[in-house]
Design a protein around this ligand. Sequence first.
Ligand code: 9PG
Length: 801
Amino acid sequence: MPTDLSNRWIRWSFEPKTGRWSYSPVIAGGPGLRNASMGLSWTSGLVNRVWPSLLRGVDPEPMPGDQVLGQAAQGVRFQCQPDERRLQVQVDFAMLRDRPLLLTRMKVHLAGKKPVRLGRLGFVSAGLAHPGGARHDWEPRKSESADSSLSISADRQPARFFTNGWQSWSYSGSLSAADRQPRTRLGLLSSPIFSNPTTGQPTGDGHFVADMFGVVIDPAERSGLLAGFVTQQQAFGSLEVCFGLPNPGLRLWASGDGYLLKPGEAFETDWAALGWLSLDDVEPLNAYLDLAADAAHARIPEVPPTGWSSWYYFFESIDRMAFDQNLDWLEQNREDLPLDLVQLDDGFQANVGDWFRFNDRFKDGVKPVSRRTAAAGMQAGLWLAPYIAKPRSKWVRDHPEWVLRRAGGRPSNAGYNWSTFTVGLDPTHPGVETAVSELIGTAVTEWGFRFLKLDFLYAAALPGRRHDPSTTRAQAMHKALTIVRQAAGEQTWLLGCGCPLGTGIGIFDSMRIGPDVAPRWKPAFQGIEVFFKREPSLPSARNGLRAAISRSMLNRKWWLNDPDCLILRDQDTHLSRNEVQTMASVIALTAGALIDSDDLPSLSEERAAWLARLLPPLPVQARVHAPFEQSSPCLLTLDLSGPVGDWKLICLINWDDGVRHMDLDPGAISLDPKASWSGVDFWREELIAPGRGPWSFDVPPHGVRLISLRANPDSTPAWLGDTLHISQGLVVAEWGTAEAALRAGLAPGHRAHGRIWLALPGRPINATLDGAAVEFQPSGQGVFAADLAVDSKAELEVRWT
Ligand code: 9PG
C-alpha cells in the first residue's frame, strides 16, 4: 500500500515535530540513494522560506536560473550520490512566484558503462497529512501538529478524489471515499483501450488512480490537493490515492517504460506539480491548467466547429449516396442551419490499416467528398486512425515490423474493435513515420480535407518493444502526434480522439474529452443493457454527457473540447425526448464543438428546429457547480448579458431513472434572494412567473430543466426570455424603448422561429416584425408572448396602450 515506502520511491513524509515535509529521492531499480530531504514553507503561493537544513549526504544548490517553464520561479537542486552503477539522480524543486504550485522534476544520468532500463520514477510516496490552516500554508497548526494521518476523512463529509482518465474515452470525475475506481469489466477486450497499464486499476473501496493529474478533495475544509504533471511529453504520470485508514496514502510517479539509458546519457522527466486549491474558487484548477497550456503552447481556436458527422446514424455503413443526401440537405437548409463542417467518419476506407484504397461504398475515393463539400460552401472533415490497425490489414501484412510487440513477439493488444483484436503501430519506426506522414499529407493536400479527426491514438502508446529502445511511451506518443501535426501543417484543424490527454496539448485544435455518445442513454451490447449499463466508457449518452461536464474545465484551456455529437432524431433511437433535451442542453452549455450526427433528411421538423436553436454556439461555457463534490454534477449556470440587460441561464440535470424533485435556492446561484425574478423554461416554452424563489422543479428522468432568470425590472418593457436561441436573449442585438413603444433589432444569424416573452407596461396594440403584424397573447402579470419567424435579421416594433 502507498504508505509502504519501498526503496523504489521518492519518499515524501511529513514531520509533525518540525512541521516539514521531507523528500528522499530513490530511483527505480537502484538501491537507496543517500537521503536528501528538505522542508518547504508556502504562504499565499509565494516562496518565503526554503530550509536546506535537513539534508543528510547531499548539499542542495540553488537551482540555476530564475524561471521554470517560462514562469518566474525559485528552486533548489539536489544532486544525489551515484549508486554502484554510477546512476545519478538530480531532483529539482521549484516554487512559482505567480502561481500557487510547487514543481518538481527528476533527471537521471548514467556515468557507468552498463546501460540501465528505467522503471518507475517515483516523486511522492506518502501517508497524506493535511496540514490544516490557510490553504497555501504547509506548516501545521500547532494544535494539530501531532496528527499526520489523513485528517481530511472527517466523518461528516468524507474525502473525495477527482480522477482524470487516461485518454479521451476514459472515466473522469469526482468519487467519494466509499466508491471504487470505475473500470471496465470487459477485461482484455477493453482495458487496453481505456486504461494506462502503468497506472493500474485498483479494486478496493476508496482506492483510486488518475492519469496526468488528480485532486484529493476535502469537502469540509473546502480545499483540495492537486497532484499531477504539467506536460506529458517525456514520461506518463500516474497518481494513486488510498483513503483506507489507518494507512491512507498518495503516490505520484512517472513511468520510465523500460527506457534504455545508455552510458553517458541522461533522461529527464516532465515537471510534476503539487498545489493546494480552494473549492470556492470559480475554477480551482486554473493555475495548473494555465501552466500546462503555456508549457505545451496550447492551440485554442476562437470559434468552435459546428457541423455534421456521419458516425452516430450510419456508423460503418455510410455510403456515398447517404453522404451526398446529407450534404444536399445541409446545402438546402443553410438558411435555417448554417453548419460549417461536414465530417465523414469511419466507413470509407478499404481497411483500418489500408488507407490508400477505398471500400465499395466509396468507389471513387474521398476526393469527390471534399470537393462536393467545398462546392456546397462547407468545410470537409475526414476520420483517420493512423496508429491502430486490424491484424490482417495491408500495413500489418506488408510490415510486421511496424507493429508494437511484447517481449515474446506477440503483438501488443490495442483492444477489441471492428470484430477483431487490434494492434498498435510503433511511431519510432521510420517506416511508420513515413507511412503516417504520407497518409496525413495525402488526406490534406491530395484528398482536400482541412479538418482531420484522428482517432485511436492511444494505440501508439501501448506497451511493447520499440524500434528505438531509448523511448518512453510518452515520448513515442509525443513523436506520433508531432508527426501528424507536421504532416497536416499548421492550417489544418486537428481533432484528437482516443488520445492520452496531456500529450495532445499544443497539437490539437479540439479534443474529444469523453466516451462516445450513442442513440441510447446507458451502454448496451447488441441491445442488452444488463451486464453493460454500468460500464463507464462504453458508448452511451450518459457516459458522453457526464464527461462533457466533468472535463468542461479543459475547454479553452488546453484546446476546444469536443463533447461528441448531438443525436437529436426521434426515430431510429432509444433516446427519449427528455434525454435528447439533456444532450442538447449539456452540449450547448459546455460550449465546445457542436456537431450533429443524424440522418438529416429524415430529421423531423421539430428536431431540426431544436438544432437551429443551438446556433450560433454560446460564446462562453456554463459554470459547473460542485464538480469536485459530485460524481454527476447536476447544476450548470451561465451569466449572460446583452442590450436587454443581464440574465442567468440555469440547467438542472436529473441523472436518475425516476423523476427528481430539485430545489433551487437563489443564494446558491448568486441571485439576490430579496429581488424578484422571472424567466422562461426553454424546453417547456413556459413563463416562470415573477417571484423571489426558492424554486422547486420536477425534473424528468434523464432530463433537464433549462431556465432563464432575470431580475424583474422596476420599469418595463423588458425581454423575459425566448426560444429563438438557447441563450434566451442573445438574439437581441439592439434594444430601444420610447414612451409607449419599443424597438428590438433581432439578429439570430440564421432563419429562426420561436416564442418571445415581453413584460410590458400596457396591452400591446400594434406590433410588427419587419412591418408584418405580430400577435401577442397575454401570459398574465403584465407579460405577453408572441411567436416569431425571423430571417437572419429583423426589426421588432411593439406599441402598447
Ligand atoms: C469510429 C468511431 C467514431 C467515434 C470514436 C471511436 O472499442 N471501443 O471501446 C471503442 C470506443 C470508441 C469508439 C470505437 C470503439 O469510437 O470515438 O466517434 O469515430 O471510433 O470507429
